[in-house]
Design a binder for this molecule. Structure first.
Ligand SMILES: Cc1cc2nc3c(=O)[nH]c(=O)nc-3n(C[C@H](O)[C@H](O)[C@H](O)COP(=O)(O)OP(=O)(O)OC[C@H]3O[C@@H](n4cnc5c(N)ncnc54)[C@H](O)[C@@H]3O)c2cc1C
Length: 448
């Protein structure tokens, strides 16, 4: 028997994966007994916002991930295809019809029992004490008692209750004739990159920032309440709010140029936006202290005004919102089992991936890992090159950074050892590695 908690994207996939491999599953979902504040229906796998599962092009990162999921026996992707609506290159679904179809399939599975009840810390402890397998897939809006229980297990500093993250860019799209590597006062190596502002470019940037269109809060009471509580925490103030404090507030704060010398001018820049590597391969960089609540289009427009970022490709945008997730690089094994707590698996967005599809993908993998454990089979970790391996490596990469949930994107796939300059050719190379790596891994899994 496997207990899965949370009937969202990851939970249904974990249950489906385990049940289709012959295990009996009890799947707990607290709705409608208890609401999350964002979900509106009683359906399993409810989409809380957009109805898009992103690109279905098999040559895109999201497309490759879908190919891998389908091969592993996904319920979400085929049911999405059966209930799709026109969406161009994206796989878009009729949200209610889709969620109803997933719910019916799960409820009709002979090995899955759906229990509509809030799963409590006491219930979690009882499952672990009985030496049974527990998969937690309670998502960004995990109920408070269970979130507190997880915080107790991981240590408070390894469980986050909100995202306050800066945008992240693909390193290969930076203008390195402008951006320079230097740590302040040359202390700490050349991990940091710097985008140097002149006075005019800085003032123009600040002007656009304070006048930018803000994203509306998601309109959920729970989130607004959390935001109220976190609003004044240090390090969490949106950059646009700091900029409102006066035209020079960023130059004296987040963008202070002290200890930096622009090699092009031999002078200290007027202000500098710093970039910090997001992964060991340095294929992704985050914009330091640029957490914000602007609309995504506005973020792209305004951050591209920063010298050196004119052509930057953003792999994620800044956000400040409620989101429960664990510090996976510190507490999770690559098979999604907690390092310190055998039999406790974590799946979905709470692991530190982001999005419906990525969360569902981690659900399938948790289901497979749990069944392998029950059968006494060795862990089966996806190779780094494939989409699954790229996501898992994001969860394992302990590069010092503000660990934050991430969508699948090209920057997560490993670079070739010999650099390939042409972006398109490089992506084709990455895709081929992913396809080959996944095929070999998939074959090695056998019936489980
Ligand atoms: C407001 C908002 C907007 C979003 N917009 C988008 C978007 O546009 N596109 C996108 O790709 N992603 C979006 N996301 C992220 C997306 O919701 C998640 O990536 C995805 O749903 C995560 O899947 P999951 O299975 O991990 O969690 P969920 O799908 O949230 O499922 C978790 C389930 O666990 C249940 N649960 C929680 N605690 C308990 C408990 N103690 N006992 C029993 N059940 C419990 C919840 O009711 C829920 O059904 C958004 C998230 C939020 C909060």
């Amino acid at each position: 028997m496997i207990t899965v908690v949370g009937g969202g994207f990851a939970g249904v996939e974990a249950a489906w994966a385990a049940a289709n491999r012959g295990e009996r599953v009890r799947l707990y979902e607290m709705r409608p007994v208890r609401e999350t504040g964002a979900h509106k229906t009683d359906y399993l796998a409810e989409l809380v916002c957009s109805n898009s599962f992103k690109s279905k092009l098999p040559t895109s990162p999201a497309g490759q991930l879908k190919v891998e999921m389908v091969a592993l026996g996904s319920i979400i992707i085929p049911t999405g295809e059966e209930n799709s609506v026109p969406g161009g290159e994206a796989l878009c679904v009729d949200r209610d019809v889709f969620a109803a179809a997933v719910t019916t399939k799960i409820e009709n599975h002979p090995l899955i029992d759906v229990v509509r009840e809030e799963f409590t810390p006491e219930m979690a402890q009882a499952v672990l004490d009985a030496n049974e397998i527990l998969i937690i897939a309670t998502g960004p809006l995990t109920s408070k008692p269970l979130g507190e229980w997880l915080a107790g297990l991981t240590g408070r500093k390894h469980l986050y209750f909100y995202d306050a993250v800066s945008p992240t860019v693909d390193a290969s799209t930076l203008d390195m004739s402008v951006v320079f590597a230097q740590s302040r006062y040359d202390k700490g190596g050349d991990d940091y990159l710097n985008c140097p502002f002149e006075k005019d470019s800085y003032l123009a940037f600040v002007h656009e920032l304070v006048n930018a269109e803000r994203a509306l809060p998601h309109g959920v009471a729970a989130e607004d309440e959390t935001l109220e509580k976190i609003k004044y925490f240090a390090g969490c103030t949106p950059i646009e709010a700091i900029a409102e404090g006066g035209p020079r507030s960023l130059a004296f704060g987040n963008f202070k140029p002290v200890g930096l010398t622009d090699p092009r001018t031999g002078r200290r820049p007027y202000a500098a936006l710093q970039l910090r590597p997001e992964n060991a391969g340095k294929t992704l960089y985050s914009l330091v202290a640029c957490q914000n609540r602007l609309k995504w289009g506005e973020q792209k427009r305004i951050f591209r005004m920063v010298p050196g970022l004119e052509n930057a490709e953003f792999v994620r945008f800044g956000v400040i919102h409620r989101n429960t997730y664990i510090d996976s690089p510190q507490v999770l094994s690559p098979n999604l089992e907690m390092r310190e707590y055998p039999n406790l698996f974590i799946a979905g967005q709470i692991t530190g991936v982001e999005g419906y599809v990525e969360s569902a993908a981690m659900g399938i993998f948790a289901g497979i890992s749990a069944v392998r454990k029950l059968h006494g089979l060795p862990e089966a970790i996806p190779p780094r090159a494939c989409a699954y391996g790229s996501l898992v490596s994001h969860l394992q990469d302990a590069t010092p950074r503000d660990f934050a949930p991430m969508n699948i994107n090209w920057g997560l796939f490993p670079d070739p050892e010999t650099p390939i300059r042409d972006k398109q050719v490089k992506r084709e190379w990455k895709l081929k590695q992913a396809q080959d790596g996944f095929a070999t891994w998939h074959e090695s899994l056998g019936p489980v």
